[in-house]
Design a protein around this ligand. Sequence first.
Ligand code: ZN
Length: 162
Amino acid sequence: MRVETGIFWVIRGEIVFDRESREVGEGEDFVNYSKSHFDMWEKLAAGKKIKGRRVWGDFVTFPRGRLLYDVRARRYVLYADKCVTPSDVRRIKKALGIERKRCEVRVDEHYSCDKCEEEKRKLTEVEENGFCLQEGYRLTWYKGNDENVVIPETLSGKNRKS
Ligand SMILES: [Zn+2]
């Protein structure tokens, strides 16, 4: 049986990918794409023009993921950064040629873009400093100045970590 594998990035909403198609080998449990994101970054994305601008950063900057085939479960597994949206997933499946195939999407911490890393860093700071307000996805640190006024700590300049 022939199956598809691949890697991808979502860069400015566009799916940048490479795919490999091959027969399942005897005794093989998983069929995996043969190369790493690191290997393919230069070839597929670095310095290319996407949405009219050159791509900066490196292989971990943008949301990314990988498609494998699970031979025993007879389905595909798509590992993805948590920033990858359901609409991205539809387009990724199409690009990798598995539009109508059984596929489980797994959010994997291993695939963590700059935005995810920034969020993790902020959450760690909250754990260490103990006080912040979360508004949607935005975390803001506040310091009570008097009874009525609460201003962002970054504006007050006090209690700031040096
Ligand atoms: Zn992310």
